[in-house]
Design a protein around this ligand. Structure first.
Ligand code: ATP
Length: 511
């Protein structure tokens, strides 16, 4: 079995070799933390967006879409708090000259303690067998208790330092925990400093006249400033939501881990406007709805977990992350935040415009509360790609690399393959392609042996291969080969559109 590290390397090189993700401007040696989506990648990405849009907009009577501009009036970012508070606390190691996010160093330290607890639990499970009671073990085992307490105390100190902007305390915590630089191994740290993550640029042609505009660091603010426009023109009644998919930009200091953390990325955000006081009910509703959306993909239920925030962002009164088990461990995939009325109130104050909702039932007018779900398209892409990647050892001793991408998300739904390049088989295959291509992204391929072609389709995650052989000319049938089981079945060509549509329908993920 490959280690997780090896798996990650394999996924990255597979993504390049098979046309999913290329390093950006590669002929100039690339631009760090920037990637381009290639021919198969763009299809997978579009399908992920479609799956999200369908669940949010198409299937919710009370959620509508929006596509706001990337540039916004500069005051937007003062009102939202990003100019003053969209910072990461950074610390440098003086020996390696590497820069780290102070909170991430501490969280990695906590993860190591958690790993020790899990090791003890696994050992005890083996020892006690069926009689093992994990909860009791966690509550009584002295080692586990001590470590749990240690984690609590670290979380408390970190939360206190972050919430109160006590950067010295954060540095002291790193020193007290004896955290070493993963590169140099030394504890020779600088002090902790704040670093703003927004990209600024100049608007206007005349120097001096220009004013700083920012590339948006999140799509949410485009929704907030438009909320009343949408509410009025769409005659929306609370609770209602606005969904948006679009690019966001952050000058991440440590941008690494492939497409997990980039400086230019894409978000799928939905702001749900609600009556004040109902936020906890909706927080629970969206937690449940979103985790269901993830788990429906069948990438493994054990790969998801919730992680509640220790430090609440300046706008939130409750927040949790859906974490995914990436090849480098459990990390944030999606955030669910109860943002209160912070943003709308701030925009009221800075714009001088009322952003109230008039409730026709209570005849009151108030600023709604907001529940947000926010997920990165690129992280979702990486989750699907890494969980789908499989090195299969087959019974006949051979091996294959297969991407077991959920069929509705697969870049190509069906490959149409004439067994040989003669005898009228290519013509028949192209007829089938024509019958399917309006409904599905399909591919025609005639080069190489059929075995090699199957392997190539496995490697890009095509769920169905349709093979046209000599029998096809006689009785109008073809074989359909299923990617994961490699089983083949013979079906009539007439039935094909219906069969393929049933198998790859996105609807299947919802029922
Ligand atoms: P992190 O703690 O990992 O930096 P965050 O808490 O700052 O993430 P949010 O502001 O909650 O992230 O953004 C919502 C979502 O946008 C995240 O859950 C993630 O999927 C995505 N995202 C945020 N930053 C990046 C990035 N630099 N590259 C790719 N996706 C990102």
């Amino acid at each position: 079995m490959a280690t997780k590290d090896e798996l990650f390397k394999k996924v990255i090189s597979h993504a390049k070799e098979f046309g999913f993700v290329f390093p950006n401007s590669e002929i100039y040696d690339g631009l760090s933390a920037t990637y381009d989506y290639a021919q198969n990648g763009v299809e997978l990405k579009n399908n992920i967006k479609k799956y999200w849009w369908m669940s949010m907009v198409q299937l919710h009577e009370n959620i509508v879409g929006l596509d706001a501009a990337i540039f916004m009036h500069p005051t937007t970012w003062k009102a939202s708090g990003h100019v003053d508070a969209f910072n990461d606390p950074m610390i440098d190691n003086k020996d390696s000259k590497k820069r780290y996010r102070a909170d991430v160093l501490i969280e990695d330290h906590i993860a190591k303690i958690e790993a020790k607890i899990n090791k003890d639990i696994t050992k005890a499970k083996k020892r006690f067998g069926d009689a093992f009671n994990e909860e009791e073990f966690r509550n009584t085992n002295p080692n586990v208790l001590r470590r749990t307490k240690e984690i609590e105390s670290i979380n408390q100190r970190m939360g206190d330092a972050l919430n109160n902007d006590k950067l010295d305390d954060l540095q002291q915590l790193i020193i007290d925990l004896g955290i070493v630089c993963p590169v140099s191994g030394s504890k020779n740290w600088t002090e902790v400093k704040q670093f703003n993550l927004m990209f600024g640029t100049e608007l206007g042609a005349v120097a001096g006249d220009a004013s700083t505009v920012y590339l948006r660091p999140e799509t949410a603010q485009g929704i907030f400033v438009n909320y009343l426009n949408v509410q009025k023109t769409g005659r929306m009644k609370l609770p209602f939501g606005i969904a948006q998919i679009g690019k966001a930009f952050r000058n991440e200091i440590i941008a690494r881990q492939f497409i997990f953390r980039m400086r230019e990325f894409e978000q799928m955000e939905m702001q749900f406007f609600i009556q004040p006081g109902t936020q906890m009910k909706w927080f629970e509703y969206w937690k449940e709805t979103r985790i269901k959306w993830h788990k429906a993909l069948g990438l493994g239920e054990e790969n998801y977990r919730f992680h509640d925030h220790v430090k609440l962002a300046h706008y939130a009164d409750a927040a949790t992350d859906i974490e995914f088990n990436f090849p480098f461990g459990f990390k944030e995939l999606e955030g669910i935040h109860s943002r209160t009325d912070f943003d709308l109130k701030q925009h009221e104050e800075y714009s001088g415009k009322k952003l109230r909702y008039f409730d026709p039932e209570t005849k009151e007018s108030y600023v709604p509360y907001v529940l947000e779900t926010s997920i990165g398209v690129d992280r979702m892409f990486l989750a699907v790609l890494s969980a789908s990647y499989k090195d299969d050892q087959l019974e006949d001793g051979s091996s294959r690399v297969v991407l077991a991408i959920p069929a509705p998300l697969a870049p190509i739904k069906a490959a149409i393959l004439p067994l040989v390049r003669k005898d009228g088989l290519p013509e028949k295959a192209r007829e089938i392609l024509k019958a399917l291509q309006f409904d599905h992204n399909c591919m025609y391929e005639e080069k190489d042996t059929i075995g090699k072609r199957y392997r190539r389709q496995d490697a890009i995650g095509t769920p169905y291969c349709i093979t046209v052989d000599h029998q096809s000319l006689e009785d109008n049938t073809v074989t359909i080969r299923e990617r994961d089981s490699m089983k083949q079945e013979r079906v009539s060509i007439e039935e094909l559109p219906k069969i393929i549509t049933n198998k790859v329908n996105m609807k299947n993920l919802f029922i």
